[in-house]
Design a protein around this ligand. Structure first.
Ligand code: PEP
Ligand code: MG
Length: 575
């Protein structure tokens, strides 16, 4: 059988299905119904149960790393001060065992995650792990511990929880299949950057597939293949091996520059929000970070991160990568990304609502904390600031005024920063694309966010499967807005235009974008090498001709067929 879904993470994977059940740990009731004595007993029991789980892992696994980690978790759980604090919390706040676990461990996690010391900061993830394990045990959820996988596995779920992917231990995870989520959902972006072939949006797939059956995930075509014969399995294994060969070949030439056959040079940067990826920019020979999604520093916390914490994150990249740009996007919260401490009431249309720059402009002091952190880091390297979700010129002017205030504050306190720091705007709302020339009078660069630009131009929710067929950046209307934005920047010799939406890593998109004269392609880390290679196989002049032809076409299907034919010719085995 073949099941088609949305292509999310590229690549091929084969393995045994593991169905992951979804439970929202945040929604577990905290109200005290039994006596506090009962809850304290429950607490002790659950701690003992989790400790014996860790003991079991320690006795079963070979790897010393895993044994050490489990010992560490045990030590945390058995610390007398932790148990005392949990018991006190039950009494003081009159909550049940789950309520105490959440309160105490969330606080500890936040404290650690904001420290300067990298080692201690890492430990905040351990607190989260222990917290979740206790809560899952309390409500009797089937445990999923990826560190225990020992054979190639395909995770299948209604909805994949991003923390599962952040937990590491992904060696045996060869694919992800999920019912919910689109290509540009945040878990989608994460699985892509981790390089895991992923397909989302297949209805009921977690009920159709069964644990342990072998399936093949083709993330490039968006198809899951089941009921395979032994020959099929062999055939797909050979295919995977060939793909891996290409990737290792690309790794060897990681330092090649993205220069076309007729000598046009493009910048290839990465999009990330994951701190572990900051050190990997050089592994793919990228020119820098074209989009740093700061919201990942704000989500999953119970209080906002401090200026000091943000500054240290940005400074550490700037210091270690003196010649590489880091474009930091100011907070893009709201829509599908919510923070407990940012009070955005429920809205009928959150994607059209109070989010991103709209929230920041109304909450000046909050906004300035982030801006000061970015400015301070600019003293150590090539930091640039970018505003998301701009819909009119007034927002740009107001954001720049607040930025000027932040600069004055630093100057008055004699704190150094780059006085010529570059500021840019994301073009992701049609009105901004139409006004790109005016916006460029106020800023130094633009970056086209096609994930949202497509959503807002076509009035199609980027995460809604039912309308996902309409969501297509090759729609001629979307292409016109992209071209208009690029053309606007060409009126200035010193203002660059990049793209940080997913279109920038689509082989067919690359042909058009080279043809239109985009300066910078910012893509997920797992795609950067391939994007560079594809650019080297093109001629800018030929791409311009194709672009001219495509811009006269009236529907996306014809456009894709035209580009697909050309891609087959020029990209060969890399397509
Ligand atoms: C975009 O909208 O294209 C973009 C890059 O931003 P995000 O996916 O984070 O909304
Ligand atoms: Mg966006």
């Amino acid at each position: 059988m073949e099941y088609f879904g949305t292509k999310v993470g590229p690549g091929l994977g084969i393995g045994k299905v593991l169905i992951v059940e979804n439970v929202s740990l945040e929604k577990i009731p905290e109200k005290l119904i039994n006596s506090t004595t009962d809850e304290k007993k429950k607490l002790k029991d659950v701690i003992n149960n989790v400790v014996s789980d860790y003991d079991k892992i320690i006795s079963e696994v070979q790897e010393t790393d895993i044994k050490d980690l489990c010992q560490f978790y045990k030590m945390l759980l058995l610390s007398p001060s932790l148990v005392a604090e949990l018991e006190e919390t039950i009494e003081k706040y009159q909550v049940n065992a789950a309520g105490a676990i959440k309160k105490v461990l969330n606080n500890k996690e936040t404290e650690l995650s904001q420290l300067d010391n990298a080692y201690l900061r890492e430990r905040s993830k351990d607190i989260q792990e222990v917290r979740n394990k206790l809560l899952r045990k309390l409500i009797g959820v089937k445990e999923l511990d990826l560190s225990l996988l020992s054979e190639n596995t395909i995770l299948v779920s209604k909805e994949i929880n991003p923390t599962l992917l952040l937990s590491g231990h992904l060696k045996y995870v060869k694919g992800i299949i999920s019912e919910i989520g689109g290509k540009t959902s945040h878990v989608g972006i994460l699985s892509t950057s981790l390089g895991i072939p992923s397909i989302f949006g297949i209805e009921n797939i977690s009920e159709i597939l069964e644990d342990n059956e072998i399936v093949f995930v083709d993330g490039d075509r968006g198809v899951v293949i089941t009921d395979m014969t032994n020959e099929d399995i062999k055939k797909y294994e050979v295919k995977i091996a060939r793909e891996q060969e290409i990737m290792s070949e690309l790794k060897e030439i990681k330092d090649i520059k993205a220069v076309t056959k007729d000598n046009h040079r493009y910048h290839v940067c990465i999009n990330t929000g994951d701190l572990t990826e900051l050190n990997k920019v050089n592994e793919v020979g990228a020119d820098g970070i074209g989009l740093f999604r700061t919201e990942f520093l704000f989500l999953n916390k119970i209080t906002p991160p401090s200026e000091e914490y943000l500054f240290n994150v940005y400074r550490s990249f700037a210091e270690n990568n003196k010649n590489k740009v880091m474009i930091i996007r100011t907070l893009d919260i709201g829509g599908d990304k919510k923070c407990p401490y940012i009070d955005i009431p429920e809205e009928a249309n959150p994607f059209l609502g109070y989010r991103a720059i709209r929230y920041c402009l109304d909450n000046k002091d909050f906004f300035k904390v982030s801006l000061r952190a970015m400015l301070r880091a600019s003293n150590y390297g090539k930091i640039q600031i970018m505003y998301p979700m701009i819909s009119n010129i007034e927002e740009v002017i107001k954001a720049n005024e607040i930025l000027d205030e932040a600069k004055d504050e630093l100057a008055n306190s004699q704190i150094p920063f780059d006085r010529n720091i570059k500021v840019g705007v994301m073009i992701e709302i049609p009105s901004a694309a139409l006004m790109a020339d005016t916006i460029l009078e106020k800023v130094d660069f633009l970056s086209i966010g096609t994930n949202d630009l497509t959503q807002y131009t076509l009035a199609v929710d980027r995460g809604n499967q039912r309308v996902s067929k309409i969501y297509n950046y090759f729609n001629p209307g979307v292409l016109k807005l992209i071209k208009m934005t690029i053309d606007a920047s060409k009126k200035y010799s010193n203002k660059q235009v990049g793209m940080c939406g997913e279109m920038a890593s689509d082989p067919l998109g690359i042909i058009l974008l080279v043809g239109m004269g985009l300066d910078e392609f910012s893509v997920n880390i797992s795609r950067a090498l391939k994007v560079k290679k594809l650019i080297t196989l093109l001629s800018a002049e030929d791409c311009q001709k194709i672009t001219e032809k495509v811009m006269k076409m009236t529907n996306e299907q014809d456009i894709e067929i035209e580009l697909d034919n050309y891609a087959k010719k020029v990209f060969g085995k890399y397509y």
